[in-house]
Write a protein that binds this ligand. Structure first.
Ligand code: GLN
Length: 496
């Protein structure tokens, strides 16, 4: 039974469609593997095995009924019976949503967010809510209020973050795909650390309704899966305009097909390589891995060109002003009155102090302090206002670069997965992990991360392709072409 869990999204859907497997059989295989590996990996905050089996049975019944129809009026939903995990920052009605925070330990949302609803409509089977850094603040999943997730490639190392639970679940073959969120790298960096493929869509491509807010001008909902093709299959169901999120755009979602026509190579594609992403301090094997992957793209017919993104170094300070500023406003709603934890107190003021004091972890408190300071009267223009101006320069850099090239290839992170506890008392060292992922969020452009090799410790190395706004289909196509001629994405950690 265990080899069923090696199946990716495409393979699962094919097997279900051909009737070789029922959703119940498939779901049981993933649930059993998850249960066996969870004590070591801890990818989930709330596994939902009973819900999953109910959904699987409903999917199987629906498929059987459809097959009995003489001439079915409608096709079956595109992801019918596919097991999938959801980062615990996305609301699913009736299942608690903690955001990795103790302040929401008992919060059960009375509604389902749009991204999740679209996948439910497409027929997915939810196997659980995955672990994450508290309110998605972090790069290692160590900031979870529920204990860290361990990297399936080396259990003494972090899976990256903040979608570390989703990445570890996919890498550990506990589920074929999972949803994550990416505000400053939280899909791409854990995808890189865990050797899976992750898409951070264009800002405004996927609805944020029901995604618990962190940095509202940066937040995106993304997908982690085994391959570009698998991630694309899920992405096409997620994307699109939503009346409930005024920042979604009514831009047509291309149907992304991976037939033979896509395998003709990359002739005519211009790939930009930004020298600002090959800084001193980058792990030599990471740089070598990226450069080799770029040669593979060249071998497929792409033209490789240097490009410049001169404000890359500014992304880190800009992000760490804007994201905490927005977070400090968004997190004001956790006051012990309307949501989650309420600590006993003698006055309303004390309810706020006690509930927030106990419910939030250290990193969240640090961000609230940074953010309120950056927004305070007298400092607003000097910090927040200035950061917004530099953000525009970063966005302009990308716009200029995309005049000359179609995609930009760069490392996801300066290093492979680091040890649990390595950045324990050094928040700045942790923030530095994000240097290469933050620019795409500040500019709002999409990014696709996928494995392009392994370092001497056997840890995955990730490359990211960034594209112009709404060009996810191109990123998927290039990622798929790369994965047709390489096998890094098929490697599986030896977890037993
Ligand atoms: N690591 C970054 C942070 O801590 C990004 C997190 C994210 O994308 N949610 O803010």
């Amino acid at each position: 039974m265990s080899d069923l869990t090696d199946l990716g999204v495409r393979q699962c859907l094919d097997a279900l469609e051909r009737g070789e497997l029922s959703s119940r059989e498939l779901t049981l295989a993933f649930l059993e593997r998850s249960q066996r590996l969870e004590p070591a990996v801890h990818a989930f905050i709330t596994p939902t095995p009973e819900l999953a089996l109910q959904m699987a049975d409903a999917a199987d019944q629906r498929r059987q009924a459809w097959k009995r129809e003489a001439s079915p009026s409608q096709p079956l939903p595109g992801l019918l019976g596919l097991p999938l995990a959801i980062k615990d920052v996305l609301a699913l009605k009736g299942v608690r949503c903690t955001c990795g925070s103790r302040i929401l330990e008992n919060f059960v949302p009375p509604y389902t967010g749009t991204a999740v609803q679209r996948l439910l409509d497409a027929g997915v089977v939810v196997t659980g809510k995955t672990n994450m850094d508290e309110f998605a603040m972090g790069s290692s999943t160590e900031n979870s209020g529920y204990g860290p997730t361990h990297n399936p490639w080396d259990l003494t190392r972090v899976p990256g973050g903040s979608s570390g639970g989703s990445a570890a679940a996919v890498a550990g073959r506990m589920v074929p795909a999972a949803l994550g969120s990416d505000t400053g790298g939280s899909v791409r960096q854990p995808a890189s650390f865990c050797g899976v493929t992750g898409i951070k869509p264009t800002y405004g491509r996927v609805s944020r309704y029901g995604l618990v807010a962190f940095g509202s001008s940066l937040d995106t909902v993304g997908v982690l899966a085994h391959s570009a093709e698998d991630a694309a299959l899920i992405f096409t169901h997620l994307a699109g305009y939503d009346l409930r999120d005024a920042t979604t755009l009514d831009v047509p979602v291309p149907s992304i097909t991976f037939d033979k026509a896509n395998l003709v190579g990359l002739a005519g594609l211009r790939v930009g390589v930004p020298e600002e992403y090959f800084i001193t301090g980058i792990q030599p094997e990471v740089e070598a891995g990226i450069r080799q992957a770029i040669e593979v793209l060249r071998g497929l017919g792409a033209e490789i060109k240097p490009v410049h993104l001169p404000h890359t170094a500014e992304a880190l300070p800009v992000y760490y002003l804007i994201a905490p500023a927005e977070a400090s406003a968004n997190l004001a709603r956790y006051d012990g009155v309307r949501y989650g934890l309420r600590e006993p107190a003698d006055s309303v003021q004390e309810i706020f102090f006690n509930s927030r004091g106990k419910g939030f972890g250290a990193e969240v408190k640090r961000r609230i302090m940074l953010g309120t300071y950056a927004l305070s009267a007298g400092y607003y223009d000097a910090y927040y206002g200035q950061a917004q101006k530099v953000r525009t320069l970063i966005k302009d850099d990308f716009e200029q670069a995309f005049q000359a090239v179609d995609v930009i290839a760069a490392p996801v992170a300066p290093s492979t997965a680091f040890k649990l506890g390595e950045h324990g008392d050094d928040p700045l060292a942790m923030y530095l992990e994000d240097v290469f992922t933050l620019p795409a969020n500040l500019a709002g452009v999409p990014g696709l991360a996928f494995p392009v090799g392994f370092d001497l410790h056997g840890l995955p190395i990730g490359m990211q392709l960034m594209g112009a706004h709404f060009h996810e289909d191109l990123l998927f196509r290039v990622g798929h072409a790369y994965q047709q001629v390489t096998a890094w994405h098929q490697r599986t950690p030896a977890l037993g």
